[in-house]
Design a protein around this ligand. Structure first.
Ligand code: B12
Ligand code: SF4
Length: 497
């Protein structure tokens, strides 16, 4: 009997409760073509070895998702398990990391095939080839090992409009496991309505993976999917997890009008470019708000114009302030994504970014802004510049596991720099500009006294950009790490992702 089961594996991520949208979309294509699918999410099925053992005898192949960083650990573990159980079952990797480094990924003994970029059409063609025994030559957008172990890279697959793909089959996963309470709503889920982005920012993997192309589902289909999520799963909060939600403002206008017309009462958030926001009219922003938009994550990136120019952002620092003002006026919260520690002049970019954060927080206290350490991602323009500046890139798949913002050290930033950024993220910024819950604690007698003192010191330091002898940070760190009192004292402190 011919095997027709496809196992799709999703590795551990941080945070760990986000719907594996990629695998659900792939599974929907696969089942529409008559194959069976089992999605294993290692975040829910921690004993995934047993599950793979149970299923492997029927498996035509195993597909595994990858991102640069610690997700590779479990993607690799699962690949090893498959090969230990049955060497003949092909292991296919797809997603962000292996698309950037297909050759290096295939050098690993447990990986047979890499799908570069969009997976929907490629995976189905691979399955047909595996089932019929035809070779993989001619399947565009994939790389693989031939019979002698040589690595073959087939030609690229053109970016395909996502409207061509089969509708999502919501029965292929237990959606209820991915619904969480967030400030958006008691039952929030991540969803996705478009793919790619027409821009080409130098630090970002998207323009490389999707060749600076963008496409969207029709507004009718998006509304239908939202209706399903609301009716079947009682969703009341939605994070549109995409790169450039506002790439086509007309689509967003129609979507918002549709949400209002259909009385779909949902609170939502998404990512947006700064220049897209400043182009929006007041009438458009009111429509966004009315349709349930609560928050926009803005790719502000830096407060240093030289960095914005270096990364081909095509925005100005003052545009960020203007976008924040517009959103504030319409009651939409802006959360600024910012990075520091670029390979140009890290001290200056930190100072300028801190200046931008100060300006935003002093003017619009409800907006949020946190700086993260710049992590070079393979395949991007800035990664190549980073290598020129002395960055040592891992040479083996397994060495990318520690390639995360919290663990890599780029040669142009030293320990003191990292400590300063860490103290800003974990202590100075949240205490200088306290959240509502921190403010409530500050109003109590005890530990309110401690909080008020810390707030004053943190505010003084951030305002004057004066971080000489940060004794209070040492005290906080000592309490935080040694007395494990974080639940009471630090419950409002953001943990860097
Ligand atoms: C939701 C999301 C998350 C979620 C879930 C991650 C996930 N993999 O789904 C969470 C919140 C966990 C997350 C975390 C992070 N994320 Co994130 N995230 C996203 C986001 C916004 C959407 C992902 C998504 O579901 N897209 C929709 C699906 C349909 O598209 P897709 O994932 O690209 O999948 C397609 C192909 O890649 C391929 N494919 C994928 N898997 C497989 C498997 C097989 C077998 C095959 C054949 C094909 C295939 O086919 C799919 C369909 O076409 C993307 C940006 C984006 N627009 O995609 C960033 C993105 C993936 N994240 C990114 C980053 C940097 C991070 C963080 C490192 C951020 C940080 N500083 O901490 C963390 C850490 C992640 C970790 N290592 O645990 C980068 C990845 C860069 C890279 N080279 O890996 C992206 C691309 C953002 C960006 N533009 O820089 N993220
Ligand atoms: S950073 Fe945002 S705007 Fe720039 S290329 Fe990536 S997804 Fe597009």
């Amino acid at each position: 009997m011919q095997k027709d089961l496809v196992i799709l594996f999703f590795p551990k991520t941080k945070p760990d409760n986000v719907l594996p949208i990629a695998l659900l979309k792939l599974a929907s294509q696969i089942t529409a073509k008559g194959y069976k699918v089992k999605i294993i999410d290692s975040r829910l099925d921690t004993d995934y070895r047993t599950t793979i053992e149970r299923l492997i005898k029927d498996a035509l192949c195993v597909g595994i998702s990858s991102m640069t960083g610690y997700t590779i650990e479990h993607s690799l573990k699962a690949s090893r398990i498959v090969k230990e159980l049955d060497k003949k079952v092909p292991v296919i990797w797809g997603g962000w990391h292996c698309s950037m480094l297909p050759g290096q990924t295939l050098q690993n003994e447990f990986v047979d095939i890499v799908v570069r970029g969009q997976g929907e059409a490629a995976i189905v063609e691979i399955l047909d080839a595996l089932r019929s025994g035809q070779g993989l030559q001619g399947i565009r957008g994939i790389s693989y090992k031939d019979a002698k172990g040589g690595i073959i890279h087939n030609e690229d697959r053109p970016f395909q409009d996502i409207k061509d793909f089969e509708p999502v089959n919501f029965d292929l996963l237990d959606i209820s496991k991915y619904i969480t309470a967030t400030p958006l709503g008691s039952r929030t889920i991540f969803w996705n309505t478009s793919q790619g982005c027409p821009y080409h920012c130098g630090f970002c993997s998207t323009p490389i993976l999707y060749k600076s192309r963008w496409s969207s589902l029709s507004v009718e289909r998006i509304l239908k999917e939202i209706e399903i999520l609301m009716e079947r799963f009682d969703i009341n909060g939605l994070v549109f997890a995409e790169d450039n939600f506002l790439a086509d403002p007309n689509r967003v206008r129609k979507l918002c009008e549709g949400l209002i017309e259909k009385k779909l009462d949902i609170r939502w958030s998404t990512d947006a470019r700064i220049d897209s926001v400043i182009k929006l009219s007041d009438e458009f922003l009111s429509l966004l708000k009315k349709s349930g938009c609560v928050k926009l994550y803005l790719g502000a990136e830096s407060g240093d114009q030289e960095i914005l120019d270096l990364i081909d952002k095509y925005t100005r620092v003052e545009d960020t302030v203007a976008a924040a003002e517009k959103l504030h006026r319409h009651g939409i919260i802006a959360e600024l994504f910012l990075m520091v520690g670029f390979p140009l002049d890290p001290d200056r970019d930190l100072d300028m970014t801190l200046k931008l954060i100060r300006e935003i927080k002093e003017k619009y206290p409800n907006h949020q802004a946190t700086p993260f350490i710049y992590t070079p991602y393979p395949g991007t323009k800035l990664f190549n510049l980073s290598v020129e500046k002395g960055l040592k890139a891992p040479q083996r798949l397994e060495d990318w596991i520690n390639w995360t913002m919290l663990t890599i050290t780029t040669p142009w930033v030293d320990r003191a720099y990292l400590n300063k950024v860490n103290s800003l993220i974990k202590f100075y910024l949240p205490f200088a500009y306290p959240s509502d819950s921190l403010l409530r604690t500050m109003r109590t007698f005890w530990p309110g006294i401690f909080y008020r003192v810390m707030h004053r010191i943190a505010h003084f330091r951030v305002k004057r950009n004066f971080f000489f002898l940060p004794a209070e940070w040492q005290v906080v760190k000592y309490l935080y790490y040694n007395f494990k009192i974080e639940h009471n004292l630090f419950k409002n402190m953001p943990v860097p992702r």
